[in-house]
Design a protein around this ligand. Structure first.
Ligand code: PXP
Length: 239
């Protein structure tokens, strides 16, 4: 049965819109866990546009399930991860000008740097995941750099504008998931998933955990964090 890890970045986005001290991402994390979330995710970006270093430190102290830190594979971030010791680091590409992560890491381009970061983090006792597009060649490269798991990028599927494009994007996800399982990699999936798109993952039982943020936090603004997490958790557990 798949798990649900809840990303609380956008609680911090709301805080940073006013540069004040609320709402508190750590409070959202506690409520998400009380509602049944099996992990808490935050992305510490180079520009600190939402999550700040103090958030990651506080979360490390209070998260009862597992703390998953999304970050670029830079020396600065690897140093922070080794210091704070999240349970899992998910390596993601990062561009300053993007609104959100736009795609998976291109391991054709960054294989050596990623291999080095994976080794350093694992030697520091941290489990490593790599966020990649659902492309068999990327999955094979992820296996070669010795990552523990991959997170398959679901954004192309979620944002597809036509049925044909959506079908093709989902077929790519299925192929990527099957290959990753064959290579014995742990498999997470995320980006852009909402209360509708999650239902398409029925019968794709190889996915270990979904990582979902924006849709849950958006719903939480209207119905509250616990209810928003519980509703998503029910959908995930019904897959
Ligand atoms: N997985 C990764 C690697 C991400 O970068 C993000 C966005 O921070 C997510 C999952 C969650 O995406 P969303 O907020 O669209 O659910």
């Amino acid at each position: 049965m798949a798990g649900l890890a809840v990303n609380v970045d956008h609680v911090a986005t709301l805080r940073e819109a006013r540069k004040i001290n609320y709402p508190e991402p750590a409070a959202a994390a506690v409520l998400a866990e009380l509602a049944g979330a099996e992990g808490i995710v935050v992305h510490l970006r180079e520009d600190r546009r939402h999550i700040r270093d103090r958030d990651v430190r506080i979360l490390r102290k209070i998260v009862q399930t597992k703390l998953i830190l999304e970050m670029a594979a830079t020396n600065e971030m690897v140093g922070i991860a080794l210091d704070i010791q999240p349970d899992i680091v998910t390596l993601v590409p990062e561009k300053r000008e993007e609104l959100t992560t736009e795609g998976g890491l291109d391991l054709f381009v960054h294989k050596d740097a990623i291999a080095e970061a994976v080794g350093t983090l694992q030697n520091g006792g941290i489990t490593v995941s790599i966020f990649i597009d659902p492309n068999p060649e990327q999955i094979k490269l992820a296996h070669q750099v010795n990552t523990d798991m991959v997170e398959i990028h679901t954004g192309i599927f979620c944002e597809a504008e036509t049925n044909n494009k959506r079908r093709q994007a989902f077929a790519n996800i299925v192929d990527a998931v099957k290959l990753a399982r064959k290579l014995r990699l742990g498999i997470n999936a995320g980006h852009g998933l909402c209360y509708n798109t999650i239902k398409s993952f029925k019968d794709l039982h190889e996915i270990d955990e979904f990582s979902i943020g924006h849709s849950i936090v958006s719903r939480a603004v209207l119905v509250g964090m616990e209810r928003a997490v519980k509703e998503m958790l029910n959908l995930v557990k019904a897959l």
